[in-house]
Design a binder for this molecule. Structure first.
Ligand code: TXA
Ligand code: MG
Length: 334
């Protein structure tokens, strides 16, 4: 892995935004907050700049990037918009929704891993949008973490993971949502497919599209790469170093059976007095707070010296429950 001088963390003041947008316009990398997670941004139309994203993350070249834009006019220079794509974009942008669409010729092959489609998103975060606007470019940005590790939701998470491999981190505080965008494959507007669950629900998408959205089956990491129907949908992802096991419902009996050097991560605060190895995502079981804290808690537990993390899955079928369970399942995948 290439190493550079330690990253500088910038406060979100106008002078720094101007400076960082110049870095981007000149082909440099900048980690910056979005409403979902921190992204590692580069000029999406500069193949060399995008190549350095893959290098910094240690990301395989067959895992394409999301291109972030700040207007529908800019989106139309990147991707081919069908009426269906236009309708969902109108309904959910700016926001945590990524659309996979047929790509326009100007997008470098490295961004899409050579695919004829491109992933596009209009983020809602004020700072990220300013970087797009000030740099005058669409910005390619995967999550700003070393490939395969838990996504970052604070500037400190980015620094801990990539601080020796990148030079610029914009600190915009903790990301509001905390889990990555919903990804909708609309290459064929007649057959929309949900590639990644996020805070925008399948039901909400179906309501706008007026047709069912099917769900992609996650690929096992042992499946042959060339057979990949949706790149980056590998089972193992978002993984702490500590082994994670999923538990449907943590009962007091189970807690008693778990050794003291293994941690338990619950959705909400338990009512009875708790042992030192019991943690929770949200005191009162509020799912938006659970999502907001998920990656930070996983990182915190991973930095402790726990032998194992027993993570309780979230009951129900809401978008956030499915998104959190998806990330937990990936963290637990062998
Ligand atoms: O919330 C988010 O989406 C964040 C923020 C930074 O915007 N970004 C993010 O990027 O999560 P990343 O690279 O960690 O995940 C993007 C996913 C990858 O699994 C990738 O394989 C998939 O999108 N993807 C990108 N282009 C694709 C395409 N043309 N077809 C299918 N999947 C694609
Ligand atoms: Mg990622």
């Amino acid at each position: 892995m290439p190493t550079t001088p330690a990253a500088r963390v910038y406060r979100p003041i106008p002078a720094n935004l101007v400076r960082l947008s110049r870095v981007l316009a000149q082909g440099g990398l900048v980690a910056a907050p979005t409403e979902t997670v921190y992204g590692l941004a580069a000029d999406a139309l500069n193949a060399k700049a995008c190549a350095s994203i893959f290098r910094a993350k240690g990301r395989p070249a067959n895992d394409p990037l999301i291109v972030h834009i700040e207007s529908l006019a800019q989106a139309a220079t990147i991707a081919e918009f069908s009426p269906a794509a236009f309708a969902v974009a109108k309904a959910f942008w700016p926001g945590p929704l990524t659309l996979v669409l047929p790509k326009k010729p100007g997008v470098p092959a490295i961004v899409t891993s050579g695919l004829p489609s491109v992933a596009v998103r209009m983020p809602a975060h004020r700072l990220f949008r300013q970087l797009i606007r000030l740099s005058g470019r669409p910005l390619a940005a995967p999550s700003a973490n070393p490939f395969g590790y838990v996504s970052p939701t604070t500037a400190e998470h980015v620094r801990a993971g990539l601080g020796k491999r990148i030079r610029h981190i914009l600190d915009g505080g903790a990301c509001k949502i905390g889990v990555e965008s919903t990804i909708l494959d609309l290459r064929d507007p007649l057959h929309p497919v949900l590639l990644r669950p996020g805070c925008i629900s399948r039901e909400a998408l179906q309501a706008v599209l007026g047709k069912p959205v099917s769900i992609v089956k996650r690929q096992s990491p042992t499946a042959p790469q060339e057979a990949a129907p949706a790149p980056g949908m590998l089972e193992r992802h978002y993984s702490p170093r500590t082994p994670v096991v999923l538990v449907r419902k943590v009962t007091p009996k189970l807690v008693d059976a778990i050794p003291a050097d293994e941690a338990v991560l619950l959705l909400s605060k338990p009512s009875r007095p708790t042992a030192k190895n019991i943690f929770w995502l949200t005191p009162a079981g509020k799912l938006s707070q659970a999502a907001h804290r998920l990656f930070d808690r996983l990182r915190m537990l991973d930095d402790g010296s726990w032998k194992k993390i027993h993570a309780e899955t979230i009951p129900g079928k809401s978008a956030l429950a499915m998104a959190i369970n998806d990330r937990l399942a990936r963290a637990a995948a062998k």
